[in-house]
Design a protein around this ligand. Structure first.
Ligand code: ADP
Length: 177
């Protein structure tokens, strides 16, 4: 069996350019697209993604913070986009850390339900949601490792952290080595 640390990889770049089974989107509660990585994913993936997001909205009224939903990946080099809504940083006393942990756990659970083997995460909440990058890096590395440790039957064999900026890239490299 492959050691968990060998399944986790950190790269710097644009998540819309990677080839994996599932690309994770840092979405917002409304699921109608936005700026940052959300805008980049919808632009690169095309309107099919938004159409499915709209259907999910009609059914369940969007996506609560910390939870995740899955759609097609449209034109992206992936089968699925898994949209999760990270917490907005409000000083740290509003369960932000737990909500960010929930994002990683819920995304990975959904990925397993869809038999995903390879998955790419952006640094959820570290853009306009202003979550402190060092704490977000700790949480993301911890949650992915603990999920893989606790789910030995998981088919996920590659988790890519795709860091857009240098600071997140360095932090994630430190946390995963
Ligand atoms: P949030 O609202 O969750 O903070 P943002 O999209 O503003 O979402 O930022 C989340 C992270 O995604 C930030 O670290 C940002 O630098 C990064 N990011 C923005 N565009 C891309 C992209 N094309 N690929 C990967 N990461 C991206």
């Amino acid at each position: 069996m492959t050691a968990i640390s060998e399944k986790i990889h950190v790269v710097q770049g644009d998540i819309t350019r990677v080839t994996v089974d599932a690309i994770v989107n840092a979405a917002n509660n409304g699921l109608l697209g936005g700026g940052g990585v959300d805008g980049a994913i919808h632009r690169a993936g095309g309107s099919e993604i938004l159409e499915e997001c709209k259907k999910i909205r009609e059914k369940q009224g969007g996506c609560p913070t910390g939870e995740a939903v899955i759609t097609t990946a449209g034109r992206l080099n992936a089968k699925y986009v898994i949209h999760t809504v990270g917490p907005v940083w409000q000083g740290g006393k509003h369960q932000e850390a737990q909500l960010l942990r929930n994002c990683y756990q819920n995304v990975l659970q959904l990925a397993d339900q869809y038999h995903v083997e390879t998955i790419a995460f952006p640094n959820i909440s570290t853009g306009v949601y202003h979550f402190p990058k060092p704490l977000a890096a700790d949480i993301s590395a911890e949650e992915v490792s603990s999920y893989l440790n606790e789910h030995k039957q998981s088919k996920i064999n590659k988790v890519l952290f795709v860091c857009f900026d240098e600071e997140n890239y360095r932090l994630l490299l430190e946390k995963t080595n």
